[in-house]
Design a protein around this ligand. Structure first.
Ligand SMILES: Nc1ncnc2c1ncn2[C@@H]1O[C@H](COP(=O)(O)OP(=O)(O)OP(=O)(O)O)[C@@H](O)[C@H]1O
Ligand SMILES: [Mg+2]
Length: 344
């Protein structure tokens, strides 16, 4: 079982056309029209992240959204991969005309104007930014406006597909969600990136809760002991508690409410099945975090071929081995209380 790498100190700003297909495989027209009104708030926000690129975050986001529609929910998928939007492709659609760029750059006033119906009846899509250079790293105010608007999409569930990496512009969307889902594949680089992602999320939460407690200052002192390895989050909490018990207790309380979820994707061998529980153990020990394991998805050749062919009917279909695994994962997620993320 690999453990989180201990490198990575507290960075300076780290603490800162076709007919609609129904989800069951039938057809239905004008799906998504009911999603256009903007009355909100969104009842549940689910964000799919994972640090590493190309591990199946977008596939999980799309197929989880379809599964939730199948369970009777009104769902909007939001392509928050501000540097590499591609959910439309996974849904077999052309690039929608309106995208998040239009919202970020104030060409439209609300996200509701950007929700387009998808070929899956009951599923709306807000496509990702087209002009990545302008939008991939939005300015603070632009991001805050987007984060506020995401909480008011008129749907039962908004599923946010995040980009790769652990930049705070990715992590903040993860923390906004009621359920932040971490996708990993059984490869050392993916596992390392997932831990890195968790650490970045931990530090962002510290920043968000810090008002007046002085935790950042304490951390700045304790995480840079010359020449020694950086502290893992569990050690940071202890170090803060030693210097200031009240701040330590507040930090511990805050961390107890941070309960990210885990999906192990692209499982190929029996040995891969131990990864989920192993990562949860390591997260508890080293991060003091309750990482909740939702289950695994095997690598399915037919899914891979369908994605490659831009032919989503296979992974949209219920009852396939992939859909059954995904449904089990979704069922576990829906049993969890909506935690409420960090909301600007
Ligand atoms: N369970 C699976 N079975 C088969 N293929 C899979 C599975 N999960 C993901 N893939 C394949 O992995 C590739 C990458 O998937 P995807 O685009 O969803 O990754 P991503 O993490 O969103 O990537 P990026 O970081 O670039 O946005 C796709 O070809 C997809 O079909
Ligand atoms: Mg993606």
């Amino acid at each position: 079982m690999r453990e989180p790498e201990r490198s990575g100190d507290l960075p300076p700003n780290a603490t800162e056309g076709a007919e609609n297909r129904s989800a069951g495989g039938g057809t239905e027209s004008d799906a998504g029209a009911h999603l256009r009104a903007s009355t909100g708030p969104t009842r549940r926000i689910i964000a799919i992240g994972g640090g590493k690129g190309g591990i199946g975050k977008s596939l999980v986001a799309v197929t989880l959204a379809i599964e939730l529609v199948r369970r009777g929910m009104r769902v909007v998928l939001v392509d928050c991969d501000l540097g590499g939007a591609n959910l439309h492709s996974l849904l077999g659609m052309e690039y929608p005309k309106g995208t998040l760029s239009d919202f970020v750059l104030r060409r439209v006033g609300s996200l509701a104007e950007l929700v387009v119906p998808t070929p899956v009846a009951g599923l709306g899509l807000i496509s990702g930014a087209r002009n990545a250079i302008q939008v991939a790293n939005p300015m603070y105010q632009q991001k805050m406006r987007l984060m506020r608007a995401l909480q008011h999409i008129d749907a039962d569930v908004a599923v946010l597909d995040l980009g790769a990496g652990t930049h705070y512009n990715v992590v903040d969307f993860f923390l906004l969600a009621d359920h932040g889902v971490l996708v990993v594949v059984p490869e050392p680089t993916s596992v390392e990136n997932a831990y890195r992602f968790l650490k970045a999320a931990f530090l962002r939460r510290v920043k968000a809760m810090d008002a007046g407690l002085g935790i950042r200052e304490i951390l700045q002192e304790v995480v840079r002991p010359g020449g020694q390895r950086p502290l893992v989050p569990a050690e940071m909490v202890l170090a803060v508690a030693e210097r200031d018990p009240a701040a330590g207790a507040a930090l511990e309380r805050e961390m107890a409410t941070f309960r990210p979820l885990l999906i192990v994707n692209q499982v190929r061998e029996p040995a891969d099945l131990t990864l989920g529980d192993g990562m949860c153990d390591a997260a508890r020990r080293l991060f003091g975090l309750d990482l909740i394991y939702l289950g695994h998805l095997r690598h399915h050749e037919l899914v891979w071929r369908a994605v490659r062919a831009r032919e989503p009917s296979y992974y949209e279909r219920p009852g396939t081995p992939f859909a059954l695994e995904l449904s089990a994962v979704a069922g576990r997620l829906l049993e969890l209380p909506t935690a409420g993320g960090i909301r600007p």
